[in-house]
Design a protein around this ligand. Structure first.
Ligand code: GLU
Length: 428
């Protein structure tokens, strides 16, 4: 039975890298009908932040990466919070001291790397499921600390005890953990246990090929939610950074990913985290989302600021033009609110254009797209106006911006009275 886990540390917020690692573990578990577990690695006490656990769980929930066992659900292999099993680590460390594999030094307990080299092997080798064979010379193990003097285990020690307790079969994590793996394998060995399979995926990198960083890059998952990325699109984007589709497809669902998932298709070098590509992909998802669903997503995104029925009316005009939910407001705000028009935006002949437009629109019947478009064009031709200038004035007067959905369609949705009112106000 396959069991995988992610082991985030609660150091402040949900990191996009956690979601990325979670995604591959999730797919591996679901594809193989196994179990996906979340363990909270909170033994680095100084770095723990209140509320961080909730942020991590909330972020994964938003993405739809559901898990089987965690501190939230409770499971038979718990506790899932390391700080709740300090006595277990202590006893295990003592066991190693008794057997000579570890020694006490100034209150801390250290692994005896030298003894390992002498008694077991000079090389530690494993067959990484993504990268193939990896070897480290045992002299790199050193006498590393397993239990600190404050009674807390170090990461390399706790991770081994926990993965054993939780019967983890496959450890799928970022490549930054490759140098930790030999120490962990040495510990499995001296406990007389076989180690789980290891698979180290590529890490997320920015355009400069450096690892995404908390200081330089938007790594908090919440930022993506707040900017109006759809969870499905973000997941799809993350998939492609670590995995390639057998038909080189770019757009695919989480369900398809799970179905096709194979560690053999994991990349050994990843493309960079390119926000422009994410924007494009998000736009693709927005365009293929059903209107009724998108309506609700926009409604929720704006916390009910826009009326659902009105969103539905406007949606066909903006759906093809927006890449993020946050662009709905930018593009469609004028449908809902009367804006203060900045007259400095207009070119010099705007009054002439608007007067003609007003005349046409007051008389056009019926006030539908066909008639409005035809009559306005007739006025443009008769007066030998420049089409672009004429419609730009109209756009600015009605929507207060140069970038709007098609203006004739927009006016029809706004309705005759509202359009006339807005034109008169600018002309006043
Ligand atoms: N707490 C570690 C991390 O967040 C877990 C590494 C592992 O999966 O072993 O990187």
């Amino acid at each position: 039975m396959i069991r995988v886990r992610i082991a985030p540390s609660p150091t402040g917020f949900a990191h996009i890298g956690t979601a990325y690692t979670a995604l591959f573990n999730y797919a591996f578990a679901r594809h193989n009908k196994g179990t996906f577990v979340i363990r909270v690695e909170d033994t680095d006490v100084k770095r723990n932040v209140k509320g961080a656990e909730e942020a991590i769980f909330g972020g994964l929930e938003w993405l739809g990466l559901d898990w089987d066992e965690s501190v939230v659900t409770g499971g038979k292999h718990g506790p899932y919070r390391q700080s709740e099993k300090l006595d277990v680590y202590r006893n295990k460390a003592k066991e190693l001291v008794k057997k000579g594999w570890a020694k006490k030094e100034e209150g801390a307990i250290r692994f005896n790397g030298g003894l390992y080299e002498k008694k077991i092997n000079k090389w530690i080798t494993w067959k990484d499921l993504i990268r193939g064979e990896i070897s480290f010379h045992t002299n790199q193990l050193t006498d590393f600390v397993i239990l600190k003097s404050d009674g807390y285990p170090t990461y390399n020690f706790a991770v081994v005890i926990d993965d054993l307790d939780m019967e983890v079969t496959h450890v799928i994590r970022g490549e930054e953990h490759i140098p930790n793996t030999p120490r962990q394998i040495a510990l499995y060995k001296v406990f007389g246990q076989t180690h789980p399979e290891f698979a180290h995926h590529v890490t997320l990198r920015g355009a400069d090929r450096r690892k995404l960083s908390k200081r330089r890059d938007p790594v908090d998952l919440r930022i993506y939610r707040e900017q109006g990325y759809l969870p499905e699109a973000l997941l799809n984007f993350l998939c492609l950074l670590g995995w390639s589709h057998p038909q080189e497809k770019e757009i695919f669902s989480l369900a398809e990913f799970v179905k096709l998932f194979d560690l053999k298709r994991m990349r050994k070098a990843g493309p960079v985290f390119d926000v422009k590509k994410l924007d494009w992909m998000n736009g693709e998802y927005i365009r293929k989302t059903q209107n009724s669903k998108l309506k609700t997503q926009i409604y929720d995104f704006y916390d009910g600021e826009y009326d659902k029925e009105a969103i539905e009316k406007v949606l066909p005009l903006v759906q093809t033009r927006m890449n993020k939910l946050s662009e709905f407001g930018t593009m469609a705000n004028f449908f809902f609110k009367e804006l203060k028009i900045d007259k400095k935006l207009f070119e010099k002949d705007y009054k002439m254009y608007l007067k003609s437009a007003l005349e046409v629109l007051e008389h056009v019947k019926p006030f539908n797209l066909d008639a409005v478009s035809k009559e306005l064009m007739r006025a443009v031709k008769e007066n030998k106006y420049k089409t672009g200038d004429f419609f730009m004035s109209l756009r600015l007067a009605i929507a207060g911006s140069r970038f709007t959905p098609p203006i004739n369609e927009s006016m029809v949705i706004l309705g005759k009275n509202e359009v006339i009112k807005r034109l008169k106000e600018v002309l006043d």
